[in-house]
Structures are given as C-alpha cells and as structure tokens.
Design a protein around this ligand. Structure first.
Ligand code: FER
Length: 297
C-alpha cells in the first residue's frame, strides 16, 4: 500500500513539474495572424445614451465564435490609450484575431469584449491636442459613464453574467490607469483587473489599494504588465512594489519592449487566458519574461 502511495505521489509530482514547465509566457509566433480555417467572432458597433456626458456614445463589442443569445457570458471591458478611441484596439491590436486564435485552441472562455471610448466628453474624438486638460479629464469622468451608462446598456442588450466575478477591466496606458483606478476602486463591480503600460493617471498605490486585505479577498486576478524600455514603467513598478509589500497577489509581467502594441497585444494574449477561470495564486510570479524581483524596502 505504502508503495502504491509513494508511486502515486511520485507520478503526481512529475505531473506538477510537467505542468509547471508548460507555462506559456508570451504569444507564440503567429498568435496575432489571422487564420482562415478557423471560426471567427463578430464585432458590432453599439450606441448608448450616456447620462454622464449627455450624448449618445459608441463602443465596439466582440463576441467569440459560437455566440448564442441562449447562453450567458462574462464581459471584459478593454480600454484604449490617450491618442485613441473605441477603434484603437481594433486598428492597432487586432484583438479579434488574437481572441479568435485563442478560442480555436480552446485557450479562452467564451466572453464578450467591450471596447468603449474612454474619453467621456461631448466631442470624444482623438483629434487636436489630445493632452488638453478637458480631454484628459474625460478619462476620469469615464468612470461614471462606464458604471452608470455603458455597463447597464451592455447588460440589458447582451446575454451577460452580471456578477463581479464575471466582469473584467483591462486597458493600455491611459486605459491601463483607468482600469486600475476603476477596477480597484470598485471591487464590488470587478474581480479581474489588468493594466498594460499604465499611464500617469494611475492613482498612487495607497489611494488605489487603501485596504490590501479587502483587495486580496475580492480580486480574482490583478495583472500589471509593461515593456522594460517604457518611459512610464515607474507607474507599474510603484504599484507592484506596494502590492508586494502588502501581500496582495498579482502578476507583475515585464517584457522587452517600449510603449507600443507589441507589448499590449501580448498583454491581451496572456491576460485573456486567465479570465473567468480558476486561478492558481501560487503560480502568479512565474509568468514574467524578465527579472522583476523588487526588493521590499
Ligand atoms: C502623460 C504621459 C502619457 C499623460 C498620459 C500619457 C495624462 C498617456 C499615454 C498613453 O495613453 O499612451 O503625462 O498624462
């Protein structure tokens, strides 16, 4: 009997090692190339009335292949950067290609991905001086537009699962800062939060996560990634340092690269595979490509 147990536990250990070795750390060649032989999801443009802004606003909505109104889906809100709008991900990141490919390989859960315009002002186009204070302010105001206008619209228009564990928020740069601010600031609404190359709009760590114990309890996954040559790296790093000091599990994923879509596409590739699945908290520090060991001061 002892022998059987010993053999069984050996096999189990070997299995663990094999599983550990199989962790995929970045998108493989072709992860963002369209494959014709697979099923493709669909992208809709939707318009919703925003009480916050007082206008009708647009967003893009991606649904995975096989989407059916008789199912209910979790939702990822995927946000753009300071120079973009609801089409930025589509133009620069081909998220529908990345997600179709992952879906065809059985690597992501079926989900709805909403790409809003995160500049919540009347003229929300990315024209003129995109750094103008009123335009930048729109990225803060978007919290109310998202929570009070867009999410209710999506949830009454699409077959969605509407509890916090089925709602994720992630974004790039300004949208990364928004995702961290809005996600961590509304843990009753979001259990999955991701910031790619988060911008200076990211709140100070103590403001972002004033109650680390609560965050630890509520979060399914907190993802922070950045290119190592990105001038904005410090906004991710200071957040990571604080989370580390306060024992809030998270992924701190550093990869070679700057402030661009190579990094953000890879971020979407990596993050989307975690979403809406059980998470092994103990393995979260194994995903980074580069050394990200921060010293706790
Ligand atoms: C800034 C530098 C960068 C800033 C915003 C950004 C509001 C955003 C960059 C992006 O979204 O790509 O000083 O201030």
């Amino acid at each position: 009997m002892k022998k059987i147990i010993a053999t069984a536990s050996m096999l189990f250990m070997c299995n663990l090692i094999v599983v550990a070795q199989k962790i995929e750390k970045e998108g493989p060649k072709g992860f963002d190339q369209e494959r014709t032989a697979i099923a493709h999801g669909k992208i809709d443009t939707i318009s919703y009335d925003s009480k916050t802004v007082g206008t009708t606003r647009k967003a893009l909505v991606y649904t995975t292949p096989g989407f059916s109104k008789s199912n209910k889906y979790p939702v990822l809100y995927l946000l753009h950067g300071i120079g973009g709008d609801e089409k930025e991900w589509l133009k620069g990141g081909s998220p529908q290609v990345i997600l179709d490919n992952l879906y065809a390989e059985g690597k992501i859960k079926p989900m709805i991905v909403v790409m809003p315009n995160g500049r919540a002002i009347k003229d929300d186009r990315a024209t003129g001086n995109i750094m103008a204070p009123d335009k930048v302010q729109g990225f803060t105001t978007f919290e109310r537009d998202l929570l009070d206008d867009l999410i209710p619209f999506i949830e009454k228009t699409y077959p969605t699962l509407t509890d916090r564990e089925n709602r994720a928020i992630a974004g790039l740069s300004m949208g990364g800062g928004q995702s961290l601010n809005f996600g961590l600031g509304n843990l009753d609404k979001f259990a999955w939060v991701g910031g790619f190359s988060s911008a200076p709009n990211t709140k100070l760590p103590e403001v972002l996560v004033p109650n680390p114990e609560e965050a630890k309890k509520q979060l399914k996954l907190l993802w922070i990634s950045c290119g190592d040559a990105d001038g904005l790296l410090n906004f991710s790093k200071r957040t990571h340092d604080y989370l580390l000091q306060n024992n809030v599990p998270h992924v701190y994923y550093l990869e070679p690269g700057g402030h661009d879509f190579k990094v953000w596409k890879n971020g979407l590739y990596m993050l989307s595979q975690f979403l809406f699945k059980p998470v092994d908290v103990s393995s979260l520090n194994k995903y980074t490509i580069l050394d990200n060991t921060s010293k706790v001061e």
